[in-house]
Ligand binder design. Sequence first.
Ligand SMILES: *[C@@H]1O[C@H](CO)[C@@H](O)[C@H](O)[C@H]1NC(C)=O
Ligand SMILES: *[C@@H]1O[C@H](CO)[C@@H](O)[C@H](O)[C@H]1NC(C)=O
Ligand SMILES: *[C@@H]1O[C@H](CO)[C@@H](O)[C@H](O)[C@H]1NC(C)=O
Ligand SMILES: *[C@@H]1O[C@H](CO)[C@@H](O)[C@H](O)[C@H]1NC(C)=O
Ligand SMILES: *[C@@H]1O[C@H](CO)[C@@H](O)[C@H](O)[C@H]1NC(C)=O
Ligand SMILES: *[C@@H]1O[C@H](CO)[C@@H](O)[C@H](O)[C@H]1NC(C)=O
Ligand SMILES: *[C@@H]1O[C@H](CO)[C@@H](O)[C@H](O)[C@H]1NC(C)=O
Length: 338
Amino acid sequence: MASPCELAILAIQISVPYPAKALSYDDYRGTAPPFPANYTSPILPSSSGPPGPDDNLFQNVLAAEWIIFNFYQQAVEVFNASSFTALGFPNGTYDRIQEIRDIEAGHLRIFQDSISNTSVKPGSCAYEFGFGSDPTNFLAKQIFIEVSSMVFATGLVQQAQASITKGALVAIGEAETRHAVWALIDIWNADPFGGPIETSYPYANQILDATNQFVVPGSCPAANPIYPNPRQNLPQIFFANGTSGAPGGNITFTYTDPENVPTFEEGRPYFAVFFHGLENISVPFDITTDSTIIPSEFEEKGIILAVISDQEGAPTEDSVLAGPLFLMQQPGQLVGSL
Ligand SMILES: *[C@@H]1O[C@H](CO)[C@@H](O)[C@H](O)[C@H]1NC(C)=O
Ligand SMILES: *[C@@H]1O[C@H](CO)[C@@H](O)[C@H](O)[C@H]1NC(C)=O
Ligand SMILES: *[C@@H]1O[C@H](CO)[C@@H](O)[C@H](O)[C@H]1NC(C)=O
Ligand SMILES: *[C@@H]1O[C@H](CO)[C@@H](O)[C@H](O)[C@H]1NC(C)=O
Ligand SMILES: *[C@@H]1O[C@H](CO)[C@@H](O)[C@H](O)[C@H]1NC(C)=O
Ligand SMILES: *[C@@H]1O[C@H](CO)[C@@H](O)[C@H](O)[C@H]1NC(C)=O
Ligand SMILES: *[C@@H]1O[C@H](CO)[C@@H](O)[C@H](O)[C@H]1NC(C)=O
């Protein structure tokens, strides 16, 4: 049952207007975290009963949203307008970052309220994004964060039970898309479009799991469910310096955690499966060199996802042995190697 403190949070939730009815989720400017991010604790169930049909999904996406919110919130705290203008980025850059931060707070609120009162609403952990005080590194990661959230929305839609959940996920993915498009135009002077279709990947929890790289180990509140739930904890892949992330390139995979690497059987075929748009292409994966060739058929647009699988086409979640790796094609391959 909820503590008095948690009930107070619920009471404030009722008194603070809802996103789409309040400008505070757009036009607040300041370094202090806006509501509801000014309360970081998990909110325990306030009533008993069975969970809502999409509670598990919304718990996963709320935990992901805490990561995204904190990415922007940390930037708002570390940088100011001159951090960006000094490097030649447009005058409005810092203002936009605050606006996106507000919008992400609105997403926190929407996801909290989408979890029924019989399930815990996950709280904030501690996060480390590695951009330090480098505005350019932050802006490169911004595209990566936004495009990966667009991709996980495409997978979560495929898990959702209720139609209203599916609509909500598309609408959230669209909001994130606008953030990516803004950056491509204003920050990178790049083509804002990613081809006729963005990448759809069915195993959303694998993408969510990749965002655990930003969570400080052991920092999550004990009442939070495991993130994501369920979690495969697959080996995460990265690519060796000097190899290309572009179509046609020879790519050498590396594993980010030496304690968590796939076990390959000698003599068995393995595949690097690349996803782009609605297509996937499987390429033999050489387990002695950890290398493969990125399919040259794919356009150099948006994002290409790569996984290692023991089956062509990675037809089941369990057939994926490592990944996914995000190969960012816009504004260039730089971002994939962060
Ligand atoms: C959090 O924000 C809400 C809405 O602005 C405000 O009512 C509440 O007092 C704030 N709480 C804290 C602890 O800052
Ligand atoms: C921005 O931050 C820098 C470094 O901390 C500081 O020197 C500068 O005065 C700040 N500028 C504004 C407009 O606050
Ligand atoms: C940036 O925009 C602000 C607010 O519109 C304005 O006051 C300032 O002069 C602009 N700075 C530059 C360098 O254009
Ligand atoms: C959840 O609890 C809040 C606060 O007690 C209440 O206003 C809201 O109607 C409840 N939501 C549901 C779906 O029961
Ligand atoms: C990658 O290789 C280039 C060229 O050899 C080098 O300048 C750069 O520092 C390397 N980057 C990393 C992260 O090792
Ligand atoms: C990619 O390049 C590496 C290093 O030159 C080489 O060992 C490997 O065989 C190449 N991989 C493929 C699939 O061509
Ligand atoms: C990859 O494509 C094949 C062939 O169209 C399909 O059977 C398979 O399900 C696809 N894999 C995924 C993960 O969608």
